[in-house]
Design a protein around this ligand. Structure first.
Ligand SMILES: Nc1ncnc2c1ncn2[C@@H]1O[C@H](COP(=O)(O)OP(=O)(O)OP(=O)(O)O)[C@@H](O)[C@H]1O
Length: 580
């Protein structure tokens, strides 16, 4: 419980005071519950005493006990309400706060993290794990605390009332705790496995849904379906295995208390018949035996799922502590130039770049061309610090990018990625994502230039049309034009266009290229393109092959020289597979 509380406080952020309040109210709720039970037993004892003594029940005693019971019941309800109020605010708010915190942290995590950790796992952790934390985590602590306090009150009452029963209760509690501790290790291991299975299942589900189109196209017996089926079978088997161990351990734990109850009843009957205790006491002890362990039984049953809560909390803590990239203090980019000096970089063992150097001059357009896999996208990612170089320097303006504040550095870059992603939001908000302060007029003006205004106006709600996740209710070309408008609306010094017009039809592309030319005027542009039309007007063309710069120059210079660029152009005419 101490460990659970400690980790819960670690993730509770600004809502830790609500948890403290909940715990305080729960202590009073537990006390009230214990006292009300004792008061009812005491009342019963007085009534029995008077009946057995053939006397009329003393109303003064009954009233006193009734008032105590009423006050404690009222306390139980009031403190229960206050504890619940704080519990719900704390649990749902800390869930939301953690999702926001982790989401923000993920933004500053090196992209390598996303290569080694699947999207499904991260999504599963943020939804399932944080969700369980909201519903189960705080609840477990509450039940354990209230149950334990209630039982302690009963024990304290029992000690002076009947020593033998007090000893039986204490021994039962000790055996119960020992059984719990002995089974704890195996249940903890199981809950760890349970979490792994849940995350694996959510990863496979996500992969399956995302690839549903491919699955349809290639038939049902493809790998994703097979993997999903295996994961479902594996998780079903795993969940059953967990239950197979959890149920008997729970049963063993409950048996201990049932045996404790039997012992109290047997000892009371034996002692009554041997004349050691009176009938009243025997009755009270027998009645009390049925309720004395109830709080502790509940607390103990929480112990087995406590492992789940601890696992969930640890997962949240590890996500909260994800190593983010180290950032510097620089805010302003003084010069819109990028200078790459002797960089080496590898995704895994083999280096993609070895001592590569180049300059992206201010206010000019630099085109990166080369075969697929030659490193064009990677080079752009290194310029915006999506990844860190292994050695060498990427200098933006006059400063190494590692010395900039990360958000400030990124605010200077606009991107149009190969794989366009649009948010599940209106078209207006998707375009304004690049510059939320832009007016509608500015936004529409850019949309017109990006050749998307006309098709947007044909949609039933125009700019207020809500896009489906990823923009799946638009064509590839429409998505790309919206992403161009989004990038153009962002006031940035650098624009990176990664095959930005690849999905646009020739008619739109012509107008788009004219618009891009105007919009990109004065900006430093890095363009990855496979179309000659996009590349030939660049001020500088850098030809990459297997991570090595083979040629640098303008289109006129490169086409007039024998070499890889001229070959590209030739081959391009023959084959659509080349990327130039
Ligand atoms: N996240 C990653 N993890 C591991 N390897 C990667 C990753 N991204 C790219 N690579 C590898 O790095 C090399 C360069 O990839 P990159 O995407 O930079 O090439 P590219 O020239 O942009 O290719 P394309 O024109 O096909 O987009 C390729 O061999 C690719 O497989």
């Amino acid at each position: 419980m101490k460990k659970l509380l400690k980790t819960l406080y670690e993730v509770s952020g600004s809502y830790s005071n609500k948890i403290t309040r909940m715990l305080i109210f729960d202590v009073f709720k537990g006390l009230s519950e214990g006292v009300s039970l004792v008061a009812i037993l005491f009342c019963l004892s007085k009534i029995c005493e008077n009946i057995f003594a053939d006397q009329s029940v003393l109303m003064k005693d009954v009233y006193t006990v009734f008032i105590i019971a009423a006050i404690s019941l009222l306390g139980k309800i009031t403190f229960g309400y206050l504890a619940d109020k704080n519990k719900y605010i704390a649990s749902y708010s800390l869930g939301a706060e953690n999702r926001l915190y982790i989401g923000d942290r993920l933004k500053n995590v090196n992209m390598g993290y996303f290569s080694t950790n699947s999207l499904g796992n991260i999504a599963g952790a943020l939804s399932t794990v944080v969700g369980e934390l909201e519903t189960v985590g705080v609840f477990i602590i509450e039940q354990m605390l209230v149950g334990t306090i209630q039982t302690l009150i009963m024990v304290i009452f029992m000690l002076p009332y009947d020593f033998v029963t007090a000893v039986i209760i204490l021994l039962t509690l000790i055996v119960g705790i020992v059984v719990n501790l002995l089974t704890q290790k195996s249940t903890d291991q199981l809950t760890e496995r349970l979490l792994g299975l849940k995350l694996d299942l959510s990863e496979k589900m996500l992969e399956y849904v995302k690839g549903i189109g491919i699955t349809k196209a290639f038939g049902k017996d493809q790998n994703t379906v097979k993997e999903l089926n295996e994961s479902i079978t594996e998780s079903r088997k795993g969940f059953l295995d967990v239950e197979k161990i959890l149920v008997p351990t729970q049963f063993l734990f409950l048996i201990v208390f049932k045996l404790g109850i039997c012992l109290i009843i047997i000892s009371s009957i034996i002692r009554y018949f041997s004349g050691n205790i009176e009938a009243t006491k025997a009755i009270i002890l027998i009645v009390m035996s049925f309720v004395v362990f109830s709080g502790f039984e509940l607390a103990g049953s929480m112990q087995s799922i406590k492992g789940v809560a601890v696992q969930n909390l640890n997962t949240v803590i590890s996500l909260r502590n994800l190593p983010v990239i180290k950032e510097g203090e620089m805010k302003e980019v003084d010069k819109a130039e990028i200078s790459i000096k002797n960089i080496s970089f590898s995704y895994d063992k083999e280096n993609l770049f070895n001592n590569l150097s180049m300059i992206v001059p201010e206010g000019k357009t630099t085109a990166l061309v080369g075969f697929s896999g030659s490193g064009k996208t990677t080079l752009c990612n290194l310029m915006a610090r999506f990844w860190d170089v292994d050695s060498g320097e990427v200098i933006v303006g006059d400063t190494n990018i590692k010395n900039y504040k990360y958000d400030e550095l990124l605010s200077n870059f606009s991107f149009v990625f190969q794989d366009v992603y649009l948010f599940d939001d209106t078209i207006r908000n998707n375009i304004k994502f690049g510059n939320p302060k832009a007016t509608d007029e500015e936004m529409i003006n850019i949309a017109k230039k990006a050749q998307c205004h006309d098709f947007i106006m044909k949609l039933p709600q125009g700019y207020d049309t809500v896009l489906q996740e990823g923009g799946s209710n638009l064509s590839g070309g429409e998505r790309q034009r919206i992403s161009i408008a989004r990038a153009m609306l962002k006031p940035s010094k650098f624009v990176i266009l990664d095959e930005a017009t690849s999905s646009v039809d020739p008619e739109n592309e012509k107008q788009l290229l004219i618009a891009l030319k105007n919009l990109l005027k004065g900006k430093t542009v890095i363009i990855i393109a496979h179309k000659l039309s996009t590349v030939k007007n660049a001020d500088q063309i850098i030809v990459l092959k297997d991570g090595v710069i083979e040629q640098i120059g303008s289109h006129i210079e490169l086409i007039s020289r024998k070499g890889i660029y001229r070959d590209f152009i030739e081959i391009r005419k023959q084959s659509e597979e080349w990327k130039i």
